[in-house]
Design a protein. Sequence first.
Length: 478
Amino acid sequence: MTIAQLDEQSETLIIAGDGPKPADAVLEGARARVVAKITGGGKTWKARFPLTLARWGGEELPLPAGAYELVITGTDLTGIDVPTTLLPRLRVDVCGAVVEIAPPIAPADETPAGQAALEEQYVTESGDFENAVFFESFYGQSAGCNPRAIDRELAGRAPDVTRYWSVTDLSVPVPPGAIAVVEGTPEWWRARAAARLLIVNDWLRRRFARKPGQKVLQTWHGTPLKRLALHRPGFAPRRMAAVVKESRRWDVLLAQNTYSERILKKAYAFFGKPVWTDGYPRNDMLVTDDGAATREQLGISPDERVLLYAPTWRDDRSEMVDFIDPQLLAEQTDSVVLVRGHSRTLRPGRDQSGARVIDVTGHPETAQLLLAADALITDYSSVMFDFSVTGKPIFFLVPDLEHYRGELRGFYFDLAARAPGPLVSTQEELAERINDATVPGHFGPRYAAWRKQFNELDDGRASERVVSRLLDLGYLEA
């Protein structure tokens, strides 16, 4: 007989059975894996699965939401059932060999009627402002990018400001001293209404009702190569209406450079309101840090070559592109390969693994990974404009160049003519160029011109400039 129970205090799933102790027991999810501690043996045994995990040198946090396969060697899990249990930091449902982890939202609040009631309360109640910021990055899937860098600067200069972070679940690590609020909870709706300032790097989700005097800073999340918003191929009236409706919610837009300023204003019809062209706060770290600590967290020695593979997402597929075999690339180049999926492939995808391969899609700060890498492999992602701050080699793996440029998105300029590194179509060609020590020098003039156009304001002080504006304008009180 095999039974299951939850230890709510320790956030542990316990599976108990009769007979000899199993050889191993794991809980396997798309982005996390935990191994049980097995005790007993002989007549009975217990397998304890922690429902928390510490990653990247951080604190113990709940497992990411999603379905997990429960595997206990030699054990029939048919019939195991634990009714849905709401713990302080997560919700758990066990049915047979499947464990469902969900955000800690009360079932009554999660229903359409419950959300409608919370939304109506958010819209109709004015309430009192707090000297607070509501941060959101990539729809709450991480607490990174430009908002995190601004948070870091704000925490040092205005410690009395309350900092709320919107997260999809409590597996998302938030900056020290910040308060995580899970999307859809009463706390989330209240914080969104009470904050004097919202700082986001993508569209505002769900219903947004601006409170009198409330401001929204849209930091965006990259200098664009691919066409955006109103500039995307094809005439789509609904998309156009949605773009204009969204951009009217923003009071200020942040741009990395004057090139981005011009494009973003037109792509989002953002006219008559200020654009702060101050460089990107998320890139300050690329000037002030060296990446040694990140390498240590990842278990990479200082003398190893590190390649970061970070492609963008595709409009015609949900998961990360699979144009390389990361383990083979590690062998071909004698390197450690870091695999970084786009934020839009975080939930649909699954961590890749292999010898000298580390999947860092869930890592909270891209800039730390850029520092840890010796070279970048990308395609059409805006990460190219950030990595160039470091001056390290960039390689472009673009087997679908014609399809992407001609059908999916289109470009604002000819990448092949201006790229600060080689464009290749196959993994074999990529490995050859990486191993050719003369390649970076060949692209030296292009690289210098690229940095002059796109990185002149990435001087390590962008966060300082942005926070100074926020305080000087009275958006927050120091």
